[in-house]
Design a protein around this ligand. Structure first.
Ligand code: SF4
Ligand code: SF4
Length: 226
């Protein structure tokens, strides 16, 4: 084994304090300590934060309960149960097509925020936002349920369940041709749930779509592409 050569002259003189070089040079650089939580530095745009289950423009959910996100998760953090829309009464739907996610849980004690689940999702139902403040007081509280993850209804959306826009398929929804609730959907919800708080704003949105269309009063709320 070869010996480490000994320093000579000035090198030998400063050798005992040479290790402080980094310390001294850092003393004159600006402080970079983030004063969290008093000052919150915005995350990078593509930061992987908390999940969200998204909706279509008429309020139906994008999740079809396929469980692909759960299967791909390396931390086994997602639990999904799917159900048939056909089992809902009077032709109502939670999501377009055959199936919807009836149970959806993410365990944030397990999640490592890798983003594989959102890559696997075939309908772009599952996305991740920039929210990183996910601490909790209990283990149970860090298992987020579907209601915690579901995107809120925007103004003009109609709360599910309700039928799909008449004359459309789940492919039309996926292709972005449904741009809001239709009059028939609003009427259906009015009949089933007269006190639903989303009916009035959805009715206004449906009227707006109708007047923007060719003039037919019962034109489905479709048009435009993504
Ligand atoms: S981000 Fe990764 S670890 Fe977290 S739920 Fe999705 S796949 Fe699982
Ligand atoms: S979030 Fe996407 S991948 Fe997961 S069950 Fe729903 S549709 Fe399937």
């Amino acid at each position: 084994m070869s010996e480490i050569p000994k320093k000579k002259g000035l090198g030998e003189l400063f050798a005992p304090v040479a290790g402080f070089g980094v310390t001294f040079s850092s003393m004159f650089k600006p402080t970079v300590t983030e004063q969290y939580p008093f000052e919150k530095v915005p995350t990078k745009p593509r930061f992987h934060g908390r999940h969200q289950l998204n909706r279509y423009a008429d309020g139906l959910e994008k999740c079809i309960g396929c469980e692909l996100c759960a299967w791909v998760c390396p931390a086994d953090a997602i639990y999904v149960e799917g159900s048939d829309n056909a089992d809902l009464p009077d032709g109502g739907h939670i999501s377009p097509g055959e199936r919807y996610g009836s149970v959806y849980q993410i365990n944030y004690l397990r999640c490592i925020f890798c983003g594989l689940c959102i890559e696997a999702c075939p309908t772009r139902a599952l996305t991740m936002g920039n929210d990183f403040e996910l601490a909790g007081q209990t283990r149970e509280g860090l298992i987020w349920e579907k209601d915690d993850l579901l995107a809120p209804l925007r103004e003009g959306m109609l709360a599910a369940p309700h039928p799909m826009v008449e004359g459309t398929t789940d492919t039309d929804y996926y292709m972005g041709t449904v741009t809001g609730p239709s009059t028939d959907q609003v009427d259906w919800v009015r009949e089933q749930r007269p006190h639903d708080p989303t009916v009035d704003s959805a009715a206004q949105a449906a009227d707006g779509q109708n007047s923007a269309s060719t003039g037919a009063t019962d034109t489905p709320a479709t048009g435009g592409t993504r």
